[in-house]
Design a protein around this ligand. Structure first.
Ligand SMILES: Cc1cc2nc3c(=O)[nH]c(=O)nc-3n(C[C@H](O)[C@H](O)[C@H](O)COP(=O)(O)O)c2cc1C
Length: 145
């Protein structure tokens, strides 16, 4: 079994950068959720719940720890990451969250916690990053533990 993977979504590259730093420190397998096309259209179509999403194929059973990383949109994880979450079985999975926001995480953690409680997964820890502010490297170290 491999140590860790990160499944992530990033539209404006803040999350992409965080994932890069995590990868430098931990060498994780990276799986990116993609939405193609003009960014304005991506936001619009995702916010209204019909935007196309290209999901990576991930066998979550292969990993001791799964990092989920994504931006906050309207006080919860962006739709592409939530859709990935909904498509998978989280029973006995151990999860760490990377949350990137402009102001605050809103309901993001509470919603994931609630879903994991139902599906039998475990939220180990999480960190909230505000658009590249603060000591990112230190926070990622803390997240890795
Ligand atoms: C459609 C949309 C909705 C957003 N909603 C929130 C929000 O509710 N709260 C917040 O703090 N930031 C919000 N943001 C800011 C993003 O969470 C933040 O800029 C994040 O770092 C973007 O990550 P990315 O660059 O990897 O896409 C929103 C951004 C977008 C595009």
């Amino acid at each position: 079994m491999k140590k860790a993977c990160v499944v992530y979504y990033s539209l404006f590259n803040h999350v992409e950068r965080l994932v890069g730093i995590l990868d430098e420190k931990l060498e994780v397998d990276k799986y990116k959720i993609e939405t193609n096309g003009n960014k304005f259209w991506v936001v619009f179509s995702q916010m209204f719940g019909f935007g196309k999403i290209d999901f990576p194929i991930v066998d979550l059973d292969n990993y001791e720890i799964i990092y989920l990383a994504g931006p906050v949109w309207n006080s919860k994880y962006a739709r592409p990451l939530r859709k990935f979450f909904d498509k998978h079985n989280w029973k006995n999975k151990r999860i760490k969250l990377i949350i990137s926001c402009g102001i605050n995480q809103g309901k993001t953690v509470d919603l994931i916690k609630e879903s994991l409680l139902i599906s039998g997964g475990e939220l180990i820890t999480y960190k909230v990053f505000k658009n590249g502010e603060g000591d990112i490297s230190k926070k990622i170290d803390e997240l890795i533990g």
